[in-house]
Design a binder for this molecule. Structure first.
Ligand SMILES: [Zn+2]
Length: 518
């Protein structure tokens, strides 16, 4: 009997002692809502059905929980039951994984009989990609979505605007692209990517975005765009300097780091701009959520202090601090977004009791845990702690094992009444400038993350996960995914070097091991 290596580990399964054969001649039968899930299998099997050659049935069953599925491989056939498309798709993903690993005999896959009853521990299982610091071609984004879907991740948080570039086409404001999507150097200064003075000019057209959204949807992945506000806005302000407190000319940042750029809170034109921009962008993304950043804006607080418009607003509204002014700003942005049918998400920096409670909190700073615990009683929370899930950090800082060891109970985010939506891993790209370096940082840590997000704590074991991971490494090799061969710290260079690319040592070491494997 072959024991299948499945990540994330199904929450309940029992192996039988019999077999069933599936081949490209087997039929895939689906309820009409689940045709795309069936196509995921037929694309793999290259099905040309013939009679009496076996079948796979994907059937809608009312009343099953969202995203849940059962997979039964019996002597009579293969049966996937689910209540929604997500469940049907995940049943198909599990079956595809099994088909790939099954014993092959006379051109057929010989499957062990088994019963799997599975559903995710967290409804939100996401990954974020920063396309501002470095831009990634559509094929790279799609390849990431493929790998995410194979690990049953269902949210793609797309960081589309930051100091280093605005990456989404705006027909309303063409200057956001002509100026904001362009910077003087492709690379941000750093290891292997010194400023090369070759112009970087990239954004996704609205047609490309629609294509990616549809591609993600087939894979049960929802795309949540982020336009970071009111800080991290140098690219926007380079295009629209009239929206800053000083009105001074600005340039898109060509180095790593966070600028002091901030949108003026006291200028109504800022909110008119956001209204028009959201009106244009929101319809491109079917997701109910929309991320509005809110992080690290304090770097621009001095500009607010010195601004007559911001000062006048504080006085008029009785706002005592810049933190409160930021909350006032986020609440305005929230009201505009709601008008366009979206629910906002923001980083934990801007949380406070006066912040609109419909704004979900994305937890990232470990020292904000107290605030987040408290806020989780009144608003939704997404956990993406820097200590576990920032996969742009070195493996010597977040090892594969460390990513796997995250436990909601230990951080006190599992209590009754707390509104925890789920988990998200982050791929910031100051130091990630290629598909190869992106895959190196993401994998295999994303495999660990996917299991932490899907599989219940009582069913998780790192030793067991690590054994199953061996098959996924072979799979990634075949798929030419440049997963890291370094999984834990080997030499931690002196000084504070956190990000993967900062001295390039891990990347080089991984390449050495990869070459030795050949
Ligand atoms: Zn101002």
């Amino acid at each position: 009997m072959v024991i299948y290596n499945i990540i994330p580990k199904p929450n309940k399964y029992v192996y039988g002692d019999s077999e069933y054969e599936i081949s490209s001649k087997s039929e895939v039968l689906c309820s009409k809502e689940f045709v795309e899930a069936g196509n995921y299998l037929t694309d793999y099997l290259k099905t040309k059905p013939e009679e009496n050659e076996g079948f796979i049935k994907i059937k809608k069953v009312e009343g099953m929980p969202s995203e849940a599925y059962t997979l039964k491989i019996t002597n009579d056939g293969v049966f996937i039951n689910a209540g929604d498309y997500a469940g049907a798709f995940y049943g198909a993903v599990t079956l595809k994984t099994i088909l790939m690993q099954a014993k092959k005999q006379n051109g057929k896959a010989v499957l062990n009989t088994l019963v799997i009853e599975d559903k995710p521990d967290n409804a939100y299982r996401g990954a974020m990609l920063d396309c501002s610091r470095h831009f990634f071609e559509i094929d790279t984004v799609k390849s990431l979505l493929d790998n995410m879907a194979f690990l049953k991740l269902n949210k793609f948080h797309w960081h589309l605007s930051d100091d280093q570039g605005f990456r989404i086409e705006s027909k309303q404001f063409p200057e956001l692209n002509k100026i904001g999507s362009k910077r003087a150097s492709r690379h941000l200064k750093g290891f292997g990517m010194e400023n090369d003075n070759v112009e970087d000019y990239h954004f996704y057209t609205q047609e490309e975005i629609k294509d990616i959204v549809a591609y993600a949807k087939q894979r049960n992945i929802e795309i949540i765009p982020e336009i970071d506000l009111p800080g991290h806005t140098m690219a926007i302000l380079a295009a629209k300097p009239e929206l800053s407190c000083t009105g001074e000319k600005a340039e898109v940042l060509t180095v790593n780091g966070i600028s002091k750029a901030i949108l003026c809170a006291g200028n109504e034109a800022v909110f008119e701009f956001l209204d028009k921009l959201f009106d244009e962008i929101c319809p491109l993304f079917p997701s109910a959520q929309f991320h509005i950043g809110g992080d690290e804006a304090f770097r621009g607080y001095k500009l607010w202090d010195d601004c007559p418009k911001c000062s006048a607003l504080k006085q008029k509204e009785g706002i005592g601090s810049n933190k409160e002014l930021q909350i006032w700003f986020m609440n305005r942005a929230c009201a505009i977004l709601k008008k366009h049918g979206k629910t906002p998400v923001a980083w934990d920096d801007c949380m406070g009791d006066s912040l609109d409670s419909s704004i979900a909190c994305q937890f990232w700073r470990p020292n904000a845990i107290g605030t987040v615990r408290k806020q989780s009683l009144k608003r939704d929370v997404i956990i993406s702690s820097t200590s576990y899930f920032y996969f742009d950090l070195k493996y010597s800082v977040i090892s594969l094992k460390k990513a796997y060891k995250f436990n909601k109970v230990k951080v006190g985010l599992n209590k009754p009444g707390q509104r925890i939506l789920g988990l998200e891993c982050e791929l910031w790209t100051e130091w990630i400038d290629s598909k190869a370096s992106l895959e190196f940082s993401a994998f295999p840590r994303m495999n660990a993350f996917a299991e932490v997000a899907w599989t219940e704590l009582k069913n998780r074991s790192f030793t067991d996960f690590y054994k199953r991971l061996a098959w996924y490494k072979t799979y990634m090799k075949i798929k030419d995914v440049n997963y890291s061969r370094v999984e834990s710290g080997f030499i931690l260079p002196k000084g504070i070097v956190y990000h993967l690319g900062e001295d390039g040592s891990e990347f080089k070491k991984s390449a050495e091991i990869k070459n030795a494997e050949k």
